[in-house]
Design a protein around this ligand. Sequence first.
Ligand SMILES: Cc1cc2nc3c(=O)[nH]c(=O)nc-3n(C[C@H](O)[C@H](O)[C@H](O)COP(=O)(O)O)c2cc1C
Length: 191
Amino acid sequence: MSDIAVEAVHQNIHQRQSIGHLVEPAPSAAQLDQAFAAALTAPDHHRLKPTRFVVVQEAQREAFGELLSQALADTGQTEEVQLERVKHHPFRAPLLVLALTKLQDHPKVPHFEQILSSGAAIQNFLLSLQVHGFSTMWRSGAVVESALFKQALGLTEADLISGIIYIGTAVKAIPSRQEINISEFVSDWKK
Ligand SMILES: Cc1cc2nc3c(=O)[nH]c(=O)nc-3n(C[C@H](O)[C@H](O)[C@H](O)COP(=O)(O)O)c2cc1C
C-alpha cells in the first residue's frame, strides 16, 4: 500500500464521527452491499458468523417506528409521550440497518467473543460507508432488550440486537474529534 493510501485509510478511521440527524442521500444498494461484505470480514473465532443485518428501507420507517413503540412498551415503558416519541426515531435518517448477534453455544467460543466479533463487524460497516462520504450513528436504547422486538426479528431471547445503525448524509460538519492522548490508554507490559 502506498504512503498516500495508508494515510487515506487512517484519515477515514479518524474522521468517523457519529451524527444524530441525517438526510438523503443514503447509500446505493451496491454501496450497502460493499459495506456488508466489509463487515463480514471481521475477526470471528471459528468463523461462527454471529452477525446478521436487517435493512429498514425508507418506506418501512413508519411501520418500524410502530414496532419500536411496541418494543418500548414491552420493556415496561408506560408513558404515552415516550411511546409516541420513539415512533419518530426512524425518521432521523433515510436508512436504518439493524445489526443482530445470533449467539451460539460453542465449546471454544464463549458468547462474549461472538459479541466482540459483531462489534468489529459493525465498525467495518461504518467505516466502509464513511469512505463513500456517508455518516452514521450506532444506537441502541431500551428497545434492544425487548423480547417482542427480538421475536419480530426472528431472534431468540438469548440473541442480541447489537445496534440500530442510522445511515445517511450529514447536513453540516461537526467539530473534529479532540486529539486523543494515546499514552493514557497504552502501556508496555513489564514483568
Ligand atoms: C453498542 C452501542 C450502542 C450505542 N447506543 C447509543 C444510543 O442509543 N444513543 C446514543 O446517543 N449513542 C449511542 N452510542 C454511542 C454513539 O454511537 C457514539 O459512539 C458516541 O456518541 C460517541 O461519538 P463518536 O462515535 O463520534 O465518537 C452507542 C454506541 C455503541 C457502541
